[in-house]
Design a protein. Structure first.
Length: 618
């Protein structure tokens, strides 16, 4: 079999399909109408024949099932009823519609009962699509393997799919698909999709438009435009600014223009990334009653009757994150109350302002982690409760100012804005619990288990922030980040000039800030404590927990004879969702104990590599 491959780019916007419901499906008493709103009948579109998949996982009904809207002629401001139920029945999408008792709803109800308006149209978005075949007429057939209906409408006539959304290049926010086309010598009737039930639905067939000759570089221009629209819409969705993103797309705004708008809105605290709140609003009584040990016991036995609150917390967190736990979830709102709360410590913004909403930075989590992580104590910023990949805008280059002559025109500054990308990577650890410990049920035991979990997370965070390689599912840390200054260490060892060189390198990059610090191992601290700045002065490189006037911190997580200096507020740690805890009953089965396995999704990002300097003795 010979196969010819070709790439084709599809830009598919919002779509509409029209059907006819039957008179017998009306329930007079309940004011409801049961109808079919979709099937696998192929419909001719501008790009070929489109088939809506109705297999498992192909149709996302979430928007319809959440009291979706029943509209008049797809007008979003003209709702006439609500969708009470939506489901897939074989190869059809079905729904029960309840009409409003308002004057407009009553008017439509009468027309539908009298069979005056029998036509139903569904509005939907194609999320994923694959090429099925090319028939003997050269027509391409596609199957939407993931699509989402978002409203159902009563319509007077079938939608004109030649001029609707998605029928022209004006729908700039439409998703774009790169489809690989295959032409083979397979039998002509292979993969032919059968025609659907014409009695229940009538589709308007659209003649294929004449394809105009493409101008030079059309593909490149279209690709650039698609990337512009996708980047703006993605950023708008991430920060809850979908409406502003749509306006930016329609107004042909550049990506950096929209980034500036997002940046201003974030700084003014008008917006924050969506899906970042894992707090459940538990009462003080609920938090006091929560028991980790009870949840562990219930997870072992599978009986949650004595751990109802713990189960409710896990289920609520799963709903927020949109995924089930390996075992059970617990958030930091609960963990913070298992022990005595320390006074909140400031995590204020560094020089230059924030590019992420300040209420993202969880002092609650930092207070918990601080005793176990020097990164938290150094001012590394933590964003907790994240959902999905995160794109954080940053300003790479600021505005420039210069002198001009009296009649000389000024030149606009080229403000360069970039994106910091963060995606979840998993820290995993284990906390052994003995048989006797499992038999206890006191707040002290919960606190002991909590502290062991946080200690492990703290060590994992430190390792990633300072030394992460970016390989094997590990975040990329400061040492290995592009732009970090490399400071050579003399053969003779550490001296005052070398210590100052760290500060100078950072200052020359305009990254000097009051939150600077020096980080090293305890062994290097010992060296600095016994090394004079100048012979005979009795003034040492390490002086009263400071180095060169900045705080000095130590951790055995760092490398031998290596030093890291910089503004640690430029490092970001993202924490997704909540702690996922599962019970391993086999590892310590012989002694009657158990192992609590801990999973936390996290990532590290560095805003500006030039804000740090690193040096190590060769």
């Amino acid at each position: 079999m010979t196969t010819k491959k070709q790439n084709k780019q599809l830009q598919i916007g919002k779509q509409f399909r029209t059907l006819t419901f039957t008179r017998e499906s009306i329930n007079e008493e309940e004011r409801t109408v049961e109808l079919s709103f979709s099937s696998e009948t192929p419909v001719e579109r501008w790009f070929g024949m489109e088939i809506l998949g109705h297999g498992a996982g192909e149709c996302d009904l979430s928007r319809l099932q959440d009291r979706g809207a029943f509209l008049m002629d797809h007008q979003r401001m003209d709702q006439r009823g609500a969708i009470e139920k939506a489901w897939i029945d074989g190869t059809k999408g079905r729904a029960v519609i309840k009409l409003s008792k308002s004057a407009r709803g009553e008017e439509l109800w009468e027309d539908m009962r009298d069979n005056i308006r029998p036509h139903i149209s569904v509005g939907y978005s194609v999320l994923e699509i694959i090429h099925v075949k090319r028939d003997e007429n050269g027509l391409d057939w596609y199957r939407a393997t993931k699509w989402q209906p978002y409203e159902i409408s009563s319509v007077s006539v079938p939608a004109d799919t030649n001029v609707g959304l998605g029928r022209s290049d004006e729908d700039k926010d439409a998703p774009t698909f790169n489809i690989e086309l295959r032409e083979s010598n397979m039998a002509k009737d292979e993969n032919v999709v059968p025609k659907g039930d014409e009695q229940e639905r009538s589709e308007q067939q659209i003649p294929k438009p004449v394809t105009p000759a493409k101008p030079v570089n059309t593909d490149a221009i279209r690709q650039q435009e698609t990337e512009r629209c996708q980047e703006i819409m993605t950023m708008g969705g991430q920060f809850g600014m979908a409406r502003e993103a749509e306006e930016a797309v329609k107004s042909n705004h550049r990506v950096d223009q929209f980034r500036q708008l997002v940046l201003k809105s974030v700084r003014d605290k008008k917006v924050k990334p969506i899906g970042t709140d894992m707090a459940l609003g538990l009462s003080d009584k609920d938090v006091r009653q929560y028991s980790l040990i009870s949840a562990v016991r219930a997870s072992i036995t599978g009986k949650w009757d004595k751990a109802g609150l713990e189960r409710e917390v896990s289920v609520a967190l799963a709903d927020k994150m949109g995924k089930d736990a390996r075992g059970f979830y617990v958030n930091y709102e609960v963990l913070s109350q298992l022990g005595k709360r320390a006074a909140p410590q400031s995590t204020g913004a560094g020089v230059g302002g924030e590019l992420v909403a300040t209420d993202l930075w969880s002092s609650q989590f930092i207070d918990l982690l601080r005793p176990n992580s020097i990164a938290a104590g150094l001012g590394v910023r933590f964003a907790t409760g994240l959902v999905g990949n995160v794109d954080i805008p940053k300003m790479a280059n600021g505005a420039s100012f210069y002198w001009i002559d009296e009649d000389e025109d000024g030149t606009d500054s080229n403000v360069s804005l970039g994106i910091i990308k963060m995606s979840p990577k998993t820290i995993a650890g284990a906390v052994p619990i003995t048989r006797r410990l499992m038999q206890q049920s006191t707040p002290d035991i919960d606190l002991l288990v909590r502290d062991e979990m946080l200690r492990g997370i703290g060590l994992g965070v430190d390792k990633a922030v300072f030394l992460g390689t970016g390989l094997n599912n590990e975040p990329l840390g400061i040492k290995n980040h592009t732009g970090v200054h490399a400071i050579p260490i003399p053969v003779e060892g550490w001296d005052w000039a070398t210590i100052v060189a760290f500060e100078t390198a950072v200052a020359e990059s305009n990254a000097l800030a009051s939150t600077m610090a020096y980080a090293m191992r305890p062994s290097l601290r010992g060296t600095l404590k016994t090394t004079e700045k100048s012979t005979g002065t009795a003034k040492y490189l390490w002086d009263g927990d400071q180095v060169n006037g900045y705080p000095g911190v130590v951790s055995t997580q760092l490398e031998q004879q290596a030093m890291l200096h910089g503004d640690f507020s430029q490092a970001l740690v993202g924490m997704w969702g909540a702690l996922d805890l599962t019970v391993d009953k086999s590892t310590k089965a012989a002694s009657g104990g158990t192992v609590l396995r801990v999973f936390q999704d996290a990532d590290v990002a560095i805003r500006h590599g030039a804000a740090f300097a690193y040096g190590k003795v060769a």
